[in-house]
Design a protein around this ligand. Structure first.
Ligand code: ASP
Length: 599
């Protein structure tokens, strides 16, 4: 039978006991990590969120009744223990903060018993994730996950105090909103009062924060839940936290400045790392050209080189045709890898095929200066040498080339290959934090699927003034006042200066193929508010989960979210989503297609 705490009060968390407490009496409460019964003595590692303290049950201290009770203790039982802090009698455990101490118990209460847990609660668990997520409350007891969530809580607290000190107001925006085409698919919530009408969960507070600027709440900040009904990729979740902000009467540099100081402050406080500001900046065009990515990982080199001019009209038709069709041939120089076995090169070919490229050509420069080359039949020694020179190849280097009529495909595939190779060849220093602002994104992006221009950021992003002249003749050429903050090859945040002039906004909708009526219907409340005095404004939002994940060097955002969802957007613990009672559907006026009860 479990006992109550009555009359007992916890004095410390387990690992908050310090050597200064030696000799004093403490009361600790927590879970049993481990128990060893050595006959006359029972040792228990007691755990709470602060860490572990070793408890010693000795019949001489606790009496026979207490000792008998201690014999019942099993893993994950919840205990209250009162005892004296002493220097450890046995060997000191260097791994524990409390490793030089122990508590000799003279009173024990078993507050709750536990069934044998389905997996051991331990750091760096090897248990498969699905099982851990099903029993997430047990998984959450692991010290590494607890540390992650504690860091996340600190990041949020520090960000709030920093933003407050910079004059930002924390204002919440609705979760039940209106469906607007922001990019991803909305989660919908049916209205009971208006059958057939729906709320949408926010993909971001974007429109509301702009309206707050119209309303005069210059400098808004919020840590907000956002929802996107997308197929999940590795570091995505259907619901996630944004650290969101908007400022009035500012331009790009002002937003960048405050955010550099915010990140510097967080890295200093959490990791005691001094980030150098300002961070590097690169235009989107340069990032694509040099790294084949709009979020380049700058922890290693291996940049892309455009060799189209060198191979134009050459005898190797794969190269020559790509160039003459308006595409490009580009390469990367994998230093010192000329000896890479054929099998490994083949696996790289498979890798690029996954991106839609037909193949990968290679040229290895051996130590004696001779070439081994997949296309040597089609090019003279002299041409090969010219190509190797253009790639700045030295003896021992492996050159890999991609060619296609679609320039974007060449860049993006080589960009991905560059990262894959860096991983495989262990070229990345995991202790590095390489921040980068990517600026001057294109305003519009052509969608093959929809056969129209779409907004690369969102429809409220301001074009660069000097490019406005091309908006009718060459919309793809117009750059936007949009910026992303990139860390170690991941986009951790992004934002833009917003359009605050009616004529430019109308032009933008026109480019996106909205009729006036459509624009009015979708964004009426924003456009209406814009009739009454709009300050120039700009903002940015971080993916908070991702920031914390990278800060801690983790591989998945699930490790910084208490109750994450799995790939198919379901929750292993609660089994959500789940069918609801017919009565609930009736109240909402909903008929579910295919469900027999509804037919
Ligand atoms: N709302 C944008 C997003 O979610 C960020 C911004 O423009 O402030 O990506």
């Amino acid at each position: 039978m479990a006992e109550t705490m009555q009359g007992l009060k916890r004095t410390h968390r387990c690992a908050e006991v310090t050597p200064a407490d030696i000799g004093s009496t403490v009361t600790l409460m927590g879970w049993v990590q481990k128990r060893r019964n050595l006959g006359g003595m029972i040792f228990v590692d007691l755990r709470d969120r602060s860490g572990i303290m070793q408890i010693v049950f000795d019949e001489n201290d606790i009496g026979s009744e207490g000792f008998e009770k201690a014999g019942l203790i099993r893993s994950e039982f919840v205990l209250a223990v009162t005892g004296r802090v002493e220097k450890r009698s046995g060997a000191v455990n260097e791994k524990l903060a409390t490793g030089a101490m122990e508590v000799r118990a003279f009173s024990l209460r078993i507050l709750s018993e536990s069934e044998t847990p389905p997996f051991p609660i331990e750091e760096n668990s090897q248990t498969r994730e699905e099982l851990r997520l099903k029993y997430r409350y047990l998984d959450l007891r692991r010290p590494d996950i607890q540390r992650n969530l504690m860091v996340k809580s600190r990041v949020a607290g520090l960000a709030r105090s920093f933003m407050a000190s910079e004059g930002f107001l924390e204002i919440e925006t609705p979760v039940l909103g209106k469906s607007t085409p922001e990019g991803a698919r909305d989660y919908l919530v049916p209205s009971r009062v208006y059958p057939g009408s729906f709320f949408a969960l926010p993909q971001s507070p974007q429109l509301f924060k702009q309206i707050l600027m119209v309303a005069g709440y210059d400098r808004y900040f919020q840590i907000a839940k956002c929802f996107r009904d997308e197929d999940l990729r590795a570091d995505r979740q259907p619901e996630f936290m944004q650290m969101d902000m908007e400022l009035s009467f500012v331009d790009v540099d002002d937003v960048i400045d405050v955010n550099e100081r915010l990140l510097k402050y967080l890295w200093k406080e959490i990791l005691n790392i001094d980030l150098q500001v300002p961070f590097r900046r690169m235009t989107w065009a340069e990032a694509m050209e040099r790294f084949g990515s709009d979020k380049p990982d700058l922890r290693f080199g291996m940049e892309l080189t455009n060799v189209s001019d060198v191979v134009r009209g050459c005898g190797f038709s794969v190269f020559a045709d790509a160039v003459s069709a308006g595409g490009s041939v580009r390469g990367i120089n994998v230093k010192g890898q000329a000896g890479m076995p054929r099998k490994k090169i083949d696996s790289l070919v498979d890798f690029v095929r996954g991106y839609g490229l037909k193949g990968l050509a290679y040229l290895a420069v051996h130590e004696d200066g001779s070439f081994k080359c997949s296309f040597s039949k089609f090019m003279s020694e002299e041409e090969l040498k010219k190509l190797a020179d253009a790639m700045k190849a030295e003896k021992g280097d492996l050159l890999l080339f991609a060619a296609d009529a679609k320039n974007k495909l060449v860049c993006e595939t080589l960009g991905a290959l560059r990262c894959e190779l860096a991983k495989r060849l262990d070229m990345i220093d995991p202790s590095k934090f390489e921040f980068l602002w990517v600026v001057e994104f294109p305003l519009l992006e052509w969608s093959e699927e929809e056969n129209r221009w779409t907004a690369m950021h969102h429809p409220f992003t301001m074009p660069m003034e000097e490019d406005l002249q091309y908006i009718d003749s060459d919309p793809g050429r117009v750059r936007a006042k949009a910026y992303d903050i990139v860390l170690n090859g991941c986009e951790i945040g992004g934002g833009s200066v917003r359009i605050h002039q009616n004529d430019i906004q109308e032009k933008m909708f026109e480019c996106l193929g909205f009729t006036k009526e459509q624009a009015q219907e979708q964004f009426s409340f924003l456009l209406e508010s814009f009739k009454y005095g709009v300050p120039p404004h700009a903002g940015l939002a971080y993916g908070l989960d991702r920031v914390v994940m990278l800060m801690l060097g983790l591989d998945t955002i699930r490790d910084v979210i208490a109750f994450p969802k799995v790939k198919d957007s379901s929750c292993m613990m609660t089994q959500a989503p789940a069918p609801v009672a017919q009565k609930q559907l009736d109240e909402l006026g909903l008929i579910v297609r295919g469900s027999s009860e509804n037919e």
